[in-house]
Design a protein around this ligand. Structure first.
Ligand code: ADP
Ligand code: MG
Ligand code: MG
Length: 199
């Protein structure tokens, strides 16, 4: 079972990993974007950690909904509303249970990923965060480490793709040959699920 502390650790581990990798995320966002993805993610997850400390929500659902609201209100870029929707909708699907099973979490995360696809209109293969998130959800609930590997592979596999959504799509064919920054940050979020379990 996964309790509130697990989800708190997921968010703090994501924030730490985003801090460590901020420069790389921004570098990936340079050739096919506007070189702000690292900064956007740092601003968002710093606000998430601060809000979780201040408001101390005590259920998995409330933690993820608060985190999602923070991302929506603090991140100006496309990734803010998209990641915000991911966490808010995942949290909402978890309801007010004090603990959730791995199966319940996997189902809720799929609901969240579906909401991101509805909001942003991206499908797998469009060279977005969806290319890391969908393979990760497909690997759950059996193995969080398999989900981490699937998300990382999905992020790497965006390199040869033509971007069909977001800023990178303005480049057309010139978007080919670069790894998508949002798929890369999604892989960090999924890796943080494993870190949160190890702590
Ligand atoms: P912005 O492009 O507004 O500067 P960011 O740089 O923070 O925002 O985030 C860019 C990332 O957001 C992209 O790499 C991509 O993964 C993701 N993204 C952009 N548009 C969409 C969309 N419509 N659906 C899913 N993901 C998207
Ligand atoms: Mg950007
Ligand atoms: Mg931007």
């Amino acid at each position: 079972m996964l309790d509130a502390d697990y989800f708190r650790r997921w968010m703090t581990a994501t924030a730490a990993s985003v801090d460590r990798e901020a420069q790389r995320l921004t570098e990936l966002d340079s050739p096919i974007g506007d070189a702000d993805h690292g900064k956007n993610m740092q601003r968002g997850f710093t606000a998430v950690v601060a809000a979780l400390e201040k408001e101390a929500p005590d259920t998995p659902g409330a933690i993820l909904m608060l985190a999602g609201r923070q991302l929506i209100s603090t991140v100006g870029g496309a990734s803010g509303p998209l990641y915000g929707t991911l966490l808010r909708r995942t949290g909402k699907a978890l309801g007010d249970a004090a603990e959730v099973s791995e199966e319940q979490f996997a189902d809720a995360l799929r609901t969240g990923v579906d909401a991101v696809m509805t909001l942003g209109g991206a499908a797998p293969g469009d060279k977005t965060m969806i290319d890391a998130l969908v393979p990760a959800v497909d690997a759950l609930p059996d193995s969080f480490t398999a989900a981490r590997a699937a998300a990382e592979e999905g992020a790497v596999a965006t390199t040869p793709l033509l971007a069909r959504k977001g800023r990178a799509s303005y480049l057309g064919e010139r978007s080919i040959g670069h790894q998508d920054p949002g798929a890369t940050s999604s892989a960090l979020m999924v890796a943080a699920l494993v870190e949160a379990a190890d702590e």
